[in-house]
Design a protein around this ligand. Structure first.
Ligand SMILES: NC(=O)c1ccc[n+]([C@@H]2O[C@H](COP(=O)([O-])OP(=O)(O)OC[C@H]3O[C@@H](n4cnc5c(N)ncnc54)[C@H](OP(=O)(O)O)[C@@H]3O)[C@@H](O)[C@H]2O)c1
Length: 255
């Protein structure tokens, strides 16, 4: 069953740049009301001044327990209910085995995993108030499918998010709340512009957002793109570990 993303109350995290900003603009054009969250207040306020009737700004550092601790109360002040929640905020940092830095793993985990859980817990009571087919959408990553070089922090945070949502989907099913997980491949944003390696089949934010909206409206449980990157990763995740290790060596950076 298709449920159009129109005239809904939507909360989107990571709305200030990249995929989240593009998605926010697309959803505003479809007459949705948005609560937008990120740390960069000025970008969110610009969105609000462009769409004063439709945007509520809720600034928060999701990696900070104190800042995120106010989310539940702030959301309740912003709207009566939420129909769709898009948990998209995230950062990417790669591990360097010559410079083991636990604070890097902590930063990535606090933002991508615990920040996501904090957001979700704040949103669930508001989703329960919706009478409009409520929906949780989590933006994970294609890197959640299988261990990739230097992705010990980022890949693990996205795989944890995937696992959390797969479990939640079972527990929340009887309440009529759908759960979709998004697995983007490479998308041209601030996040990937920091990468110094080849990124096959990279999409623009517009191409990514088209795919996300289509999948969310179809209530797909898994929204993974582009297929030409996703299928090899899925197949790699099914290979015996010894075979995968042999093949995966080719992806390791040679210094
Ligand atoms: N680009 C890709 O190729 C790709 C691929 C797979 C998955 N993804 C995922 O897609 C999502 C969006 O990424 P993007 O590529 O659009 O990156 P981006 O352009 O860097 O945007 C990331 C968004 O997350 C927000 N954010 C980061 N840390 C935050 C924090 N502590 N508290 C609140 N908000 C925070 C940022 O806002 P502020 O900086 O203003 O706080 C920004 O709005 C991420 O979860 C990423 O892992 C991206």
């Amino acid at each position: 069953m298709d449920v159009k993303l129109e005239n809904r109350n939507i909360w989107i995290t990571g709305a200030s740049f990249g995929i989240g900003l593009e998605l926010s603009k697309a959803l505003l054009a479809k007459n949705n009301k948005l609560v937008v969250t990120a740390r960069s207040r000025s970008v969110l306020e610009q969105l609000q001044s462009d769409y004063p009737e439709q945007v509520t700004v809720l600034c928060c550092d999701l990696a900070d327990e104190d800042s995120a601790g106010k989310l539940k109360a702030d959301l309740a002040m912003s709207c009566s209910h939420l129909d769709t929640v898009i948990l998209n905020a995230g950062i990417c940092e790669y591990v360097d085995l010559d410079d083991l830095d636990i604070s890097l793993v902590d930063r990535v985990t606090q933002t991508n995993y615990l920040g996501f859980v904090r957001s979700l817990y704040a949103a669930i009571p508001m989703l329960r108030n919706s009478s409009n087919l409520p929906h949780i959408v989590g933006v994970s990553s294609a890197s959640a499918y299988v261990g990739l070089p230097r992705a010990q922090a980022y890949g693990a945070s996205k795989a944890a998010m995937r696992h959390f949502l797969q479990s939640l989907r079972l527990d929340i099913f009887s309440e009529g709340i759908d759960v979709s997980i998004v697995y983007p491949g490479f998308v041209d944003t601030r996040l990937t512009r920091a990468n110094d390696f080849e990124m096959p089949f990279q999409l623009t934010t517009q191409q990514a957002v088209e795919r996300i909206i289509k999948g969310v409206e179809k209530r797909k449980k898994e929204i993974a793109f582009p297929k030409r990157l996703i299928w090899p990763l899925r197949i790699m995740s099914m290979l015996p570990a010894a075979v995968y290790t042999e093949l995966g060596q080719k992806m390791v950076r040679q210094n």
